[in-house]
Design a protein around this ligand. Structure first.
Ligand code: XMP
Ligand code: MG
Length: 200
């Protein structure tokens, strides 16, 4: 078993690197089928989607182009408001392009709702969304998401591009951190139950 980086800070591994790669391969097969004969433009939303874009792009067996956009969503605390500012715009002209927005995680969906309509106003042939993770219980927008890696519970997750205060992006797995990382109280370890060999 591979040692987990920052192990002391990790409460739980939600998805291992191997699981993520397998799921991205499945998504790539779907995308290849849907875009047959076309060359999608993958638009990675910085910074969280860097790992997803790089793994997805290398998994796809079709020609793709890549571009990057950085946006910041105004909001109070951890809630995004849907009022978005472009920090870094695309280099590419979207006229006639088949755009695939690639995200790390969709929470309320408000940022993406704004981004999708912003990109649609630039004359592309199509705009679709691909995300590795989605928190369904938090969704406030019915923005259509065509490719979804995993639906996750409403917990703050890091790793594989996702950060807490710019840390943990480099972790290969998607994990939940221990409360002490956020300055919270540590939960007691669950009592260990001895299970006889062969049981369960
Ligand atoms: P909305 O609410 O507009 O926001 O869908 C999506 C953005 O919120 C951030 N986000 C997270 N980042 N772990 C993170 O590292 C999380 O669990 C998480 N939930 C939301 C993220 O920047 C995402 O692009
Ligand atoms: Mg993001």
């Amino acid at each position: 078993m591979r040692a987990i980086d920052c192990q002391d800070d990790v409460r739980e591994v939600l998805y291992t690197e191997e699981q993520i790669h397998a799921r991205i391969a499945e998504m790539a097969r779907e995308i290849e089928r849907d875009y047959e004969g076309r060359e999608p433009l993958l638009i990675g939303v910085l910074k969280g989607a860097v790992m997803v874009v790089s793994d997805l792009a290398r998994e796809l067996r079709c020609p793709v182009k890549m571009d990057w956009m950085a946006v910041s969503s105004y909001g109070s605390g951890t809630e995004s408001s849907g009022v978005v500012r472009i920090i870094k715009d695309l280099d590419a002209d979207l006229t006639g392009r088949d755009v695939l927005i690639v995200e790390d995680i969709i929470d309320s969906g408000l940022t993406l709702t704004w981004l999708k309509s912003n990109l649609e106003s630039r004359g592309p042939n199509s705009v679709e969304i691909c995300t590795l993770l989605r928190k369904p219980s938090r969704l406030k927008s019915d923005v259509p998401v065509k490719y979804i890696g995993y639906d996750v519970p409403n917990e703050f997750v890091v790793g594989y591009g996702l950060d807490f205060d710019e840390r943990y992006r480099h972790l290969r797995d998607v994990v939940v951190l221990k409360p002490h990382v956020y300055g919270g109280e540590e939960e007691p370890e669950p009592a260990r139950v001895e299970v006889e060999e062969g049981a369960g």
